[in-house]
Design a protein around this ligand. Structure first.
Ligand SMILES: *Cc1c(COP(=O)(O)O)cnc(C)c1O
Length: 388
């Protein structure tokens, strides 16, 4: 398995973690070839997650824009987003490796909830590190995780948010390496995580490809997905990488606008750097200190991006744009009122850009938007933003 995507990725970790990364890589190679494991994964995807998720024709949105727009409905996956695809996959892999304990870290709580659900299902002990500030902001998800049997550990160091929770999880992993698997939630971290997470999310694109072929008899013209760490987007895109006619667009969080400096658009404001074990594009100041990011959606609010994205962008295969908080809010409302679907604020960024794109294109282009999650979790934010 390659540990780099071009010159991005790699393993920038303390020496003590190297044996575990190697063990994980070896186990994953065996897991991929193990027929009973693959059968078990398929069964869980179908019965527990509810796959395949539908590829839904957005009729009113299509009529209004003159295009043919489809939504890949990851919001219908169990626990409300695509994150469960990876959590179930890694949970199964951990069991295969003989690990009995899972640790994870979470910001908004979506990955924490997916991890807790997967662990409950698979009978694994689950510990989730979460910054104290995030625990206050995301109270309902803390309750969900605890109901699902996870231990949620408040992190009180530093800014008491996601990056401090990551540091704490790494400390735990080093201490308990024999029994414990560290479940990373996006295509981030040291090799082999970006590859493993991508593979578990690639089910999205495999389904979407066969679904669009059966409903339209041809491949789409455009794929549009939001990009936090980059797992739902690469999950959709991966199966289409070799179809050079299919254009792919990743939408980053533009926050208050690129010029404000308050955003999480790594490709607009970042440069090459290393964060949390991987070489990628990072939002940083002139001295290489990580800069504060801002997005209305917690799931897109991270200063780095999966290394494979940087590589695919260099190849010119994927184009990256951004949508602001305001654009996402308006798309959130638009989709709710036009299609009867309340999207996650993260997904609303993809909808916002797709709407803009649809207005510029000649008619009857086939567009698939990845609807990475549902919006119930965002209702408190929405109340502030939309003045409902
Ligand atoms: C976590 C999350 C994201 C962002 O993460 P990616 O790894 O970029 O997919 C997007 N949408 C939803 C609903 C999320 O929960």
């Amino acid at each position: 398995m390659k540990s780099y995507f071009g010159k991005f990725g790699g393993q920038f970790v303390p020496e003590t973690l190297m044996p575990s990364l190697l063990e994980l890589e070896k186990a994953y190679e065996r897991f991929k070839k193990n027929e009973s494991m693959q059968a078990e994964l398929k069964k869980l995807q179908r019965d527990f997650i509810g796959r395949p998720t539908s590829l839904y024709f957005a009729e009113r949105m299509s009529k209004a824009t003159g295009q043919k727009i489809y939504l890949k409905r990851e919001d219908l996956a169990h626990t409300g987003a695509h994150k469960i695809n990876n959590a179930i996959g890694q949970g199964l892999l951990a069991k295969f490796m003989g690990k009995s304990r899972i640790i994870a870290e979470t910001g908004a709580g979506q990955h924490g909830v997916a991890t807790a659900a997967a662990c409950a299902k698979l009978g694994l002990e689950c510990v989730v590190y979460m910054g104290e500030v995030d625990m206050e902001r995301q109270q309902p998800n803390v309750i969900r995780m605890r109901l699902l049997g996870a231990k949620v550990v408040p992190v009180t160091s530093g800014s008491r948010t996601l990056k401090d929770a990551i540091n704490e999880a790494i400390r735990d992993w080093i201490t308990n390496i024999e029994t414990t698997h560290y479940m990373i939630g996006s295509v981030l971290g040291p090799h082999p995580y970006p590859t493993i997470v991508r593979d578990f999310q690639a089910v999205i694109g495999r389904e979407a490809r066969s679904q669009i072929l059966s409903s339209e008899g041809r491949l789409p013209d455009y794929l549009v997905a939001c990009v936090g760490g980059g797992s739902n987007s690469v999950g959709l895109f991966h199966q289409f990488i070799n179809d050079s006619k299919v254009k792919m667009i990743g939408v980053e969080a533009g926050g208050y606008g690129i010029r404000s400096g308050k955003h999480a658009a790594r490709f607009a404001g970042g440069r090459e750097g290393i964060l949390h074990g991987t070489k990628s594009f990072v939002l940083q100041n002139a001295d290489g200190q990580i800069t504060e990011t801002h997005s209305i959606s917690a799931g897109l609010d991270y200063p780095s991006i999966g290394p494979e994205h940087v590589f695919l962008r260099e190849l010119g295969r994927i184009k990256y744009v951004s949508a602001t908080d305001e654009e996402a809010l308006s798309a959130f409302r638009y989709l709710s009122e036009t299609e009867g679907i309340i999207p996650a604020l993260e997904s609303a960024h993809a909808v916002a850009y797709a709407l803009k794109l649809a207005k510029k294109l000649p008619n009857k282009k086939l567009i698939i938007i990845n609807l990475s999650g549902r919006g119930d979790k965002d209702l408190p934010e929405m109340e502030k933003g939309l003045k409902i």
